[in-house]
Design a protein around this ligand. Structure first.
Ligand SMILES: [Zn+2]
Length: 229
């Protein structure tokens, strides 16, 4: 199966979907990654120099998954022109993945929202889309949790490659978010999960068949159950 992760900025795939993509890779699937904008506005300086540096950081961050495809659309202005949709759609169709993972339209950043809506509008009737968690989980209602405990260390290492982004703060963020998502499923401390949302639409009413196994069920009322509560 071909799985495509699309992030708005050069560090988004690592922060929001690295664990699940690592599982797909381990299971023998073909993993593709695509970065929509050039990230030229997110740093201590801006412009071409930053974009080039961030592209190298992304190549290094994603080296265990795939060589990213860079669309180089303008940072902070994704979706401002109709041509952006055409470029995104054409590049998705070149790969023709069996599953797309991208941002939620409820996420905090305008580029994340735009990418989500563009992707949905362009291909959701023939490619199923799984939406990744929002920053701090705000306005996000997951219906699929996946255990990424075995990949949390390599996820941190990948995030740390983004030196222009002061990455320590994002390492703190994923520590908090991924342990909270695991605790929501009653997994004990030291476990990590990523949370996703799938919105059914014809003909993809149920896509569980193509997703890795969800987080283990841990009832909290059973004695000696190894859980958070
Ligand atoms: Zn972003």
């Amino acid at each position: 199966m071909k799985v495509l992760g699309i992030g708005a900025h050069p560090d988004d795939i690592e922060i929001f979907m690295y664990g699940l993509l690592s599982i797909f890779k381990k299971e023998g699937h073909q993993v593709y990654t695509m970065i929509a904008t050039d990230g030229a506005k997110g740093g201590a300086y801006t412009g071409y120099k930053l974009a080039k540096e961030r592209a190298n950081e992304a190549i290094s961050g994603l080296e265990k998954l795939s060589l990213p495809i860079f669309l180089n659309l303008p940072d902070g202005e994704l979706g401002a022109e109709l041509g952006h949709r055409k470029i995104i759609k054409e590049n998705i169709l070149k790969i023709m993945p069996d599953l797309i993972i991208t941002h939620s339209e409820n996420d905090y950043h305008a580029d994340h929202k735009s990418l989500s809506l563009i992707t949905k509008g362009a291909v959701s009737h023939y490619i199923p889309i799984l939406y990744c968690d929002t920053l701090m989980g705000i306005n996000f209602h997951p219906n699929y949790y996946v255990d990424i405990t075995n990949y949390q260390e390599s996820k941190k290492e990948a995030v740390l490659k983004h030196k222009t982004q002061k990455p320590d703060r994002f390492v703190d963020l994923i520590e908090l978010m991924n342990s909270y998502r695991a605790a929501q499923c009653n997994a004990p401390k030291g476990n990590y999960a990523e949370a996703y949302s799938f919105v059914p639409s014809f003909p993809f009413s149920d896509i569980r068949e193509i997703l890795p196994a969800p987080l283990k069920l841990r009832p909290f009322h059973i004695e000696n159950q190894h859980g958070f509560l």
